[in-house]
Design a protein around this ligand. Structure first.
Ligand code: PEP
Ligand code: CO
Length: 457
């Protein structure tokens, strides 16, 4: 049973601003000159970025994941940038996610629910409020929604006007994503064109080409059997959803709107939002905000989570035990997953919670290489995913998905993979503003490995 301290029954009624009476961690120290208030007032009047009906469609798709009938692929940048913002960069991220999804669907025979870390992933939690370089101490970089990454005092001052820029960039990103996913780019007949040149020259790229050939053949086969692939909308367009860590609560509150159809409140900044590992305290502001929005929601779950706390979290965020409402994103580290995950799986099942379990193999496996760069090794990423599958197999639960940081570009940020990136190579194209991301080749490679695990190879 949940303790009364944490059950929602014991809480005052939820409102979009009820989080304000609780402890909000990781919030920027905004200047107190009134700019924040006027920006938030403005944002509370702008059009929603997503509609309630779309968020409900994602809940329904995730319900299928929670029932073992689909797999969640959640992927994108660690932190989106205001500077590296272009149609090309959006298209390349979408392209690699579509490639991964088609590998998973075709090789493992399971539908992939596609959710980007995109169109709103602009705010970052930090382990320290300040950063010191050569004896100079400045506020930490908290994502382009808050301040700038340059190490100078002016750049690091949180600027509320950035919230409006984040909204505008999210709107135009989403607009392009809608055009790409419904307007031909995502058509299965173009499956070959999703393979970028630098990927297609690699062994993973050639493996992908063979799979794309098989898909072509399968479509011709269906046509020859009198099944018209043209009449199936799933061939020509895909459902692609957006998500981000809803960290800066003032922004999220301003975009929260009441749905006229159901009377429920939706955070219309993205289809799905999640709570980060550093802000998931049951009594804190993020959990309070999340319990009242009707979107599908996620929460990161690191190695310090206990089974009792996990059940309390599920009771707060999904008291109605609605399938698809709650996704738990485990990020234990490759070493810890097989020990830490099974007790959590058992506790959620015993409490009757229909959780979507997904594996973030990135954030528990980050370290600083001798060169001084923050990185992750492809083998550790794979090892955590393998441990995740093993834990689910042993408990009889469904390994519902993966949550990864990637880019479509040819970066050198994560070690290893088939091209075997070494520490000495990291400096070649290390472009991330925050955590190291898989490049296009590593991402396609990962999709094939996950498909093998799904098939039980
Ligand atoms: C992230 O997803 O970028 C992140 C900061 O993760 P976590 O909250 O799990 O540390
Ligand atoms: Co990250």
């Amino acid at each position: 049973m949940p303790s009364t301290a944490t059950s929602s029954a014991g809480r005052p009624a939820w409102t979009p601003d009820s989080w304000r009476s609780r402890n909000a961690l990781q919030q920027p120290n905004w200047p107190s000159d009134g700019t924040l208030e006027s920006v938030l007032k403005h944002l509370s009047t702008v059009p929603p970025l997503v509609f309630a009906g779309e968020a409900r469609a994602l809940t329904a798709d995730l319900a299928r994941v929670s029932q073992g009938e689909a797999f969640l692929l959640q992927a994108g940048d660690c932190a989106e940038s205001f500077d590296a913002f272009s149609a090309d960069s959006i298209r390349e991220r979408l392209r690699v996610i579509l490639q991964m999804a088609v590998v998973l669907t075709y090789s493992a025979g399971v539908p992939a629910v596609k959710v980007g870390r995109i169109a709103g992933q602009f705010a970052k939690p930090r382990s320290s409020d300040t950063e010191t370089v050569d004896g100079v101490e400045l506020p930490s970089f908290r994502g382009h929604m808050v301040n700038d990454i340059d190490f100078d005092a002016e750049a690091r001052v949180p600027d509320p006007r950035r919230l409006v820029q984040a909204y505008n960039q999210a709107a135009s990103t989403l607009n392009l994503l809608r055009a790409f996913t419904k307007g031909g780019f995502a058509d299965l007949t173009r499956v070959h064109q999703w393979n970028q040149e630098f990927v297609s020259a690699s062994p993973q790229g050639r493996r992908y080409e063979r799979l794309a050939d098989e898909i072509d053949r399968a479509m011709r086969f269906m046509g020859a059997c009198g099944i018209d692939p043209d009449s199936a909308p799933g061939i020509h367009e895909v459902d692609f959803y957006t998500s981000h860590e809803a960290l800066v609560l003032g922004y999220e509150e301003a975009l929260t709107r009441q749905d006229s159809l159901t009377g429920d409140w939706y955070d219309c900044s993205a289809h799905m939002v999640w709570i980060g590992e550093r802000t998931r305290g049951l009594e804190d502001a993020h959990v309070e905000f999340f319990r009242g929005i009707a979107n599908p929601v996620g929460c990161k779950v690191g190695p310090s989570m206990t089974p009792a706390e996990l059940v309390d979290l599920c009771d707060l965020l999904n008291p109605g035990r609605v399938p698809g409402r709650l996704t738990l994103i485990t990020r234990m580290g490759a070493e810890a997953i097989e020990e830490k995950l099974p007790p959590l799986l058992r506790a959620a099942r015993a409490a009757g919670h229909p959780v979507v379990w997904t594996c973030d193999p990135m954030h528990g496996n980050t370290f600083t290489a001798p060169s001084g760069r923050k990185t992750r090794h492809f083998d550790a990423i794979l090892a955590e995913i393998a441990g995740f599958f093993a834990a689910h197999r042993s408990e009889g639960t469904w390994p519902g998905g993966v949550h990864v940081e990637l880019t479509g570009d040819d970066v050198t940020e994560c070690l290893g993979g088939a091209e075997d990136i070494l520490d000495g190579d990291l400096g070649l194209r290390y472009e991330t503003m925050c955590d190291p991301r898989l490049n296009g080749r590593q991402s396609v490679d990962l999709a094939f490995r996950v498909a093998e695990l799904l098939r039980g190879d």
